[in-house]
Write a protein of this length. Structure first.
Length: 224
C-alpha cells in the first residue's frame, strides 16, 4: 500500500531514472513525477501533490535552494530534501534555511535513503552523517543566546516548539493544544521573533540543540 508519494528532480537522466526504479521497488513508495529542472519540479508539485520532493543540489534552471523555497511557499505541507555530493557546511545551512528538512549525500545506502524518506515524510529533520555534526555545530555558537531565549518562552510556546520539531502542522498543533489554528500561527510568529529564527526548520534545530527532542536522525547509526 502506497504511503509516501515522491517527486524526483535531477537533471542527470541516468541517476534520476535509476533512483526512480529503486524507489518504485518499495511497496510503500510511489514516484509520482520525475523532473529534469527546478522550474518543472515547482510546477509538478502543484499537479501531483507529492509528500516528499528530492532535489539535486545542482539542478538546472532554478537552483535547489530557490526551488525548495518556492515549493515550501506554495505547498508548505510538502517536505523537501536536497540530494548532494557536497559536504560544504554553508550549502547545508543554506538548504535548511530555504525550508528543506533533509540534506542527503548521494552515496547514501539504499536502505538508509528509504528510511530517510520515511522520516522526512513525517516532517522530521534528516541530515546525512557527517553533515549532522556540522548542522548541530551551526547552532552551538548560539547556545548562550538560545538558553537565555528559552527562559523567555512561555510553557505553551515550549510545547509548540516540541510539536514543531516532531513535524506537526499548525492544524495538528491546534488540535493537540485545544487552540485555534490562527492562534497556533500567532504563537509560531512570536516564537520565531523571540528566538531570532526564520522558519519552522530552524525551530526544529533549536529544539534539538536544547535537548527538547531528538529529531536529527543519523540513519547509519540507527541501521547499525
Amino acid at each position: 500500500m502506497v504511503q509516501i508519494k515522491v517527486l524526483l528532480a535531477d537533471d542527470k537522466e541516468v541517476f534520476r531514472e535509476g533512483l526512480a526504479r529503486l524507489l518504485d521497488e518499495q511497496e510503500h513508495i510511489e514516484v509520482v513525477s520525475k523532473c529534469s529542472n527546478g522550474k518543472q519540479a515547482i510546477k509538478e508539485v502543484k499537479e501531483t501533490k507529492p509528500d516528499v520532493v528530492l532535489i539535486d543540489s545542482n539542478i538546472l534552471d532554478c537552483d535547489s535552494n530557490e526551488t525548495a523555497r518556492e515549493i515550501k511557499e506554495s505547498s508548505p505541507e510538502v517536505q523537501v530534501a536536497i540530494l548532494t555530493d557536497s559536504e560544504n557546511e554553508q550549502e547545508l545551512f543554506s538548504a535548511i534555511e530555504s525550508g528543506a528538512t533533509g540534506y542527503l549525500l548521494k552515496d547514501i545506502k539504499v536502505d538508509d535513503l528509504v528510511k530517510s524518506i520515511d522520516l522526512i515524510g513525517k516532517g522530521e529533520v534528516v541530515v546525512s552523517p557527517p553533515l549532522g555534526e556540522k548542522f548541530v555545530g551551526k547552532f552551538a555558537s548560539m547556545r548562550q543566546k538560545e538558553a537565555e531565549s528559552q527562559t523567555v518562552l512561555t510553557q505553551q510556546e515550549l510545547k509548540i516548539v516540541k510539536l514543531l520539531a516532531k513535524g506537526a502542522t499548525n492544524k495538528e498543533i491546534a488540535e493537540t493544544l485545544f487552540i485555534t489554528e490562527n492562534t497556533a500561527k500567532v504563537h509560531l510568529k512570536n516564537i520565531l521573533g523571540k528566538l531570532g529564527l526564520r522558519n519552522r526548520q530552524q525551530v526544529a534545530a533549536y529544539a534539538v540543540q536544547q535537548g527538547l527532542v531528538t529529531d536529527i536522525i543519523d540513519t547509519e547509526e540507527k541501521s547499525g
